[in-house]
Ligand binder design. Sequence first.
Ligand SMILES: [Zn+2]
Length: 227
Amino acid sequence: MQKKYIPVALLFALLLVFFAHFGARMNAVPTFTYADEQKKVYLTFDDGPSTRVTSAVLDVLKQENVKATFFIVSDRVAGREGVLKRIAAEGHTLGVHSKTHVYSQIYASDKAFLADVEACEKVIREVAGVTPRVYRFPGGGCLGSARRSKLLAARGYRVVRWNAVCGDEEMKNASADALAEKAKETSRGKANVVLLLHDSAPHGATAEALPAIIGYFRGQGYEFCAY
Ligand SMILES: [Zn+2]
């Protein structure tokens, strides 16, 4: 190559590199993938406190350094004040689930409904020293829940439902393995999981399943959240 063509060749090469680089960038369509979204899981425990199961659940959460939300039945607090205090002291969220968990009483009227909410709120505030701001309907609360949700919102409550279960209510005497499996199955493909679990007395298997459930969500890249 003659010397005078060298700068031209260099310029040409430079232009090629420039277009190859920026041309490709211009054509690249930004893709949003499922993996880009921060996956979140809320572990929510209903129907406690119980002495043995709630304590076992708290032990696991502490060991795994995970925060959760507990929806309380306040008639079950007497004699277990220490358990309720421990939930709050260890950084978990306390929510209202009812005073009695007796549907016929809770949903008898709007007045009865609000009295039930207030009674539970009062126990949580007096025993644990926190004011609950989240609510879960006992039994799902399908009938009249839109109207009651408004009553709750007016009192500063956020209603929390669920979109995944571990099956500890649906499957009687299920093993810890079966519960962990159900939690995986019902949360699959969901970026935001609100998992329903129970920490009332008959649910020892739920506490037993908890390490596997936490391990699964951790392995899938979920962030653990509480309300
Ligand atoms: Zn319940």
